[in-house]
Every structure is written in C-alpha cells, then in structure tokens.
Design a protein around this ligand. Structure first.
Ligand code: AHR
Length: 496
C-alpha cells in the first residue's frame, strides 16, 4: 500500500495545547493507594508518595491531573480527607463498592501534584451535595487566609493557597449509574448556580460542565443542548467521555475507534455553537475531553465491583496490548487534530486503573504499551498543530464503514522542528508513506520510531516491561522522504 501527505506550516489548526496531555487520578481501586501513595513502599518519600510512580509520571509528560473522580466524587465529602490522618473517617464508596480510608485528600493530592510538576484539576460533588459544599472546598483550597476554612488549610500544613484553576462541576450526571443522577434540566440548573457562586469567589476560574458519558448515551445531543442553555455564560468547557474496546475479535473496527471520537467532537461542537447562536452569544464553549482511553468495560461488567467493601481492591486493571496502544495513539491523534476546540483532555486514568503506569503493591512499577504514544506525543508535540490530509487507501470496517488506513497529525515549531504522528490501521500490510515537506524547506528525517510487534496482542509485564517499546524504524528514505510504516503501528517521524 502507498500513502502520501503534505506538511505545510501555513496550514495551522491551533497551538498545541499542553492540557491535551492531562490524566486522571480517582479514588478507585489501586489508583491512589498502592498507586501514587504507598507509605511502606521502598521508594516512598517523606509524604508516602511512590518515587517510582512520580518518576514515570514525569516521563509520561503529564500536564494536568483531574481528581478525585469520576463516579467516586458524586458521593465524596471533601472534608473527610483533611486534618490529622488518624482521625479521618472511613466511609463506604458506593461508586466502586469499596471502603475509603481518606488517608489521601485534597492537601496530599496538591502536594503530590507539585512534586510531579502537574496542574491539579478538581471536581466538586454535584451528586449528593451542592453549592455550599463546592464553595467550602473552593474557599479551603484557594482563599489565601483570614477565614475559618482557609486558616484550617494553613493549620493543616498548606500555608500557600492551592491555586486550583480548573474545576469540574460534577461528573457524568447523565449516567443512571451516577449517585445523584439528574435530568439535563436538573443538572443544568445546579451547575449554573454552582458556577455563578464559585465565580463570585473568583471570576477567573475555568469551569467544566458535564457533557455526555459517551456518544451512545440515549440523551446524547439533547443533554449538551439543555445543559448549555442553562450554563452557557457561566462555564468555559463542556466535557466529553469516551472509552473503546475490541469487541468480538473485530480488530479492524477497534483500530478505527477514533472515527467515533471524531464524530463525538464534531457533534458536541455543533451543538454548543447552535446554543451559542440561539443565545446570540459570541462566546465559544470549548471541549474538555476529560475521560478517554481503551477500557475493556465489558470485562468489568462481567466481574463487577467487589461485594464486601474492600480497601483499594484491584479494579479495572486492564493490561494493554499493541493493538490497544495503536488504537490509543489514534485517539490521541484525533484529540490533537481537533485542538481548535478540544483545549483540555484527561487520559483516564494514571496508574493501575485503566492506566499507562502499573505497579505491584510493595514492588515494581512499569510502563504499559499505551504509555509510549502518550509520552512521545507529549514530548514532541510543539508549536502549532498542522492540518494534514493524508491520501491513503481505505479499508472496510463493520462499525464505521470505509476508514483510511493511515491516520495522522503533525505539529510544527520554528525552534523544535516538525513532528508527524501516524498510525497504520492495516492488520497485515505495511504502508509506504511519502511525505511532501517542500514547504518546510530542505528538511530531513532526523528520527523515525515505530511501536509495533509481530503479535498485535503482545503486552508489557513486570517481568518483560520493554516488549512493546518504540524502536528506530530502519525503513526510511531521504529523497523523496519516505517511511515504511509497519502494519498495526504507532509512528513518530521527526523532521528538521
Ligand atoms: O474512569 C473510570 C470511570 O469511568 C469514572 O469513574 C467515570 O466517570 C466513568 O464512567
């Protein structure tokens, strides 16, 4: 197969948004406990944070981290997680049928964020709680001093305000599984009044209204419209959540999952703009794609949450293979391609729970296959996102009809060069990719790596952590620029 594409710095989509490289830490399974936090671990620092996980988080190139949920937040009392640890209550976590010990709360999380060099993004509980508790948390976290709540934060050891700028107004309130699930009107009104009050404290906050939990939700489209009718002037973002998995051995459709994500984004943009037009508003609502990943949700539904309220049980611990990483890379490409409207995103999640980083309690930490597309994109995406329109052969999929084999995006920076990110969705054929880079003026390929394996179901494990890792692509030609892209592969091609 042959494919070609043109790189031209004139075809700018938008600046690369650092917040595209956000992730998510939820009180769920082993994400917090034995994930980021494990006081007895050999690498634990003075605060009980695992240094091995901190190092991998930095290597992953994470920008923001959403916290503390997820479904968990809809039953969470934030004040359970502050003050002396031995006096914190233990609570039932209805979302994951677990016991929450509250050893980690907002102060510990922000301390961890500072160590990891990431921006915290906080969600408030609009399931079982409302405006007053959201305001209390905001005052506790961000007010400098001189009030009971801000002085309590200082007494708890955090002298400086946490300065949290991005706030999610609840989580997946369209989902019947959500504690305190609401209709679009009920949620829209509550989100609007919570946002209005939070802005009275600080008008510069960036606020995210809940959109749909997936494009197949029965209320998809009408949910966004009704919520935005209530909140348009008060929020900055509407959220999107999407998870994909290989179903019934249909690898071709799975590798094309970004087709659904593309449809999801364009539908939400159209809906938001339609509401804006009806309100005669010049304001533009952006998308916070604050949960996205490959997730074998059907396996979770088969096994379900535990029944006996354990503490930090292993939950949602998907072990990703090469096909998962290539599909994941395709999703990342789609997020980047839409950087004009998707200006924030959070990979769900960071560690152990559907995560790029895995740990053993008390033991090793390693990179899953999906670690690599994220880390490489975060490291090399710089400057502006360029529109690339590949001329590629297509293949037939059950789920999406005809889909191009090549999916790609590029970024360009005057100082850091140009990088092309591309996946080949073909299950068995390499693609000979010709790159027309004449508009960049005499550039050459300085590095070409590929993430691939003869076995698309091969994984990384604690014993074999580098089986799937980016390797130099030997099949590169200089004139014309050409790269042979293996079947089922994620590729990074750097030009300078
Ligand atoms: O990321 C796992 C779960 O997926 C989150 O808690 C929830 O928001 C979504 O349904």
């Amino acid at each position: 197969h042959q494919a070609r594409l043109t790189l031209d710095p004139a075809f700018k989509v938008a600046p690369v948004r650092r917040r595209t490289f956000g992730t998510f830490v939820e009180h769920l399974g082993r994400c917090v406990y034995t994930g980021i936090y494990e006081p007895g671990h050999p690498t634990a620092d003075e605060d009980g944070f695992r240094r091995d996980v901190l190092d991998l988080t930095r290597e992953l190139g994470v920008s923001t981290v959403r916290y503390p949920g997820g479904n968990f937040v809809s039953g969470y009392r934030w004040e359970d997680g502050i003050g002396p640890v031995d006096r914190r209550p233990r609570r039932l976590d209805l979302a994951w049928h677990s016991t929450e010990t509250n050893e980690v709360g907002v102060d510990e999380f922000v301390r961890w964020c500072r160590k990891a060099g990431v921006e915290p993004m906080m969600a408030v509980n609009l399931g079982t709680r409302g405006i007053a508790e959201a305001l209390d948390l905001l005052e506790y976290a961000n007010h400098p001093s001189g009030t009971t709540l801000s002085d309590l934060r200082i007494a708890n050891g955090a002298k400086e305000p946490h300065g949290i700028r991005m706030w999610c107004l609840g989580n997946e309130m369209d989902g019947p599984w959500q504690t305190g699930h609401k209709t679009a009107r009920e949620y829209g009104r509550l989100a609007a009044e919570t946002a209005r009050a939070m802005r009275m404290v600080d008008p510069k906050l960036e606020l995210v209204a809940c959109g749909s939990s997936g494009s197949s939700m029965p209320t998809f489209g009408s949910w966004e419209a009704e919520v935005l009718e209530e909140t348009y002037d008060l929020v900055d973002y509407i959220s999107c959540h999407a998870y994909y998995e290989e179903k019934d051995g249909d690898l071709g459709s799975f590798l094309a999952s970004s087709t659904d994500m593309e449809y999801f984004i364009s539908s939400v943009v159209a809906t938001a703009d339609h509401v804006g037009a009806r309100l005669k508003s010049r304001k533009r609502i952006d998308i916070s794609f604050d949960e996205w990943n490959v997730w074998y949700l059907s396996r979770f539904h088969d096994t379900g949450a535990p029944q006996d309220w354990p503490v930090a049980p292993p939950l949602l611990e998907d072990h990703y293979n090469l096909a998962d990483a290539v599909t994941f890379g395709g999703l990342l490409i789609t997020l980047l391609r839409n950087s004009d409207r998707v200006t924030a995103a959070s990979l769900a999640q960071l560690v152990n729970v559907i995560a790029p980083i895995m740990t053993e309690p008390g033991g090793r930490a390693w990179r899953q296959t999906t670690f690599h597309p994220f880390a490489q994109a975060s490291r090399h995406a710089a400057g502006d996102v360029l529109r690339v329109e590949p001329d590629s052969p297509a293949y037939e999929t059950k789920a999406y009809g005809e889909v191009p084999l090549l999916h790609a995006v590029a970024t360009h920076s005057a100082t850091e060069g140009t990088t092309l990110f591309a996946v080949n969705r073909s299950a068995d054929e390499p693609l000979s990719l010709e790159i027309d880079a004449r508009a960049l003026g005499g550039v050459r390929i300085v590095e070409a790596t590929t993430l691939t394996d003869p076995d698309v179901y091969a994984r990384n494990t604690a014993d074999d952590p580098t089986r799937i890792t980016p390797r130099a692509n030997p099949d590169v030609e200089a004139g014309p620029l050409r790269v042979l892209v293996p079947p089922v592969s994620w590729n990074v091609i750097r030009l300078a």
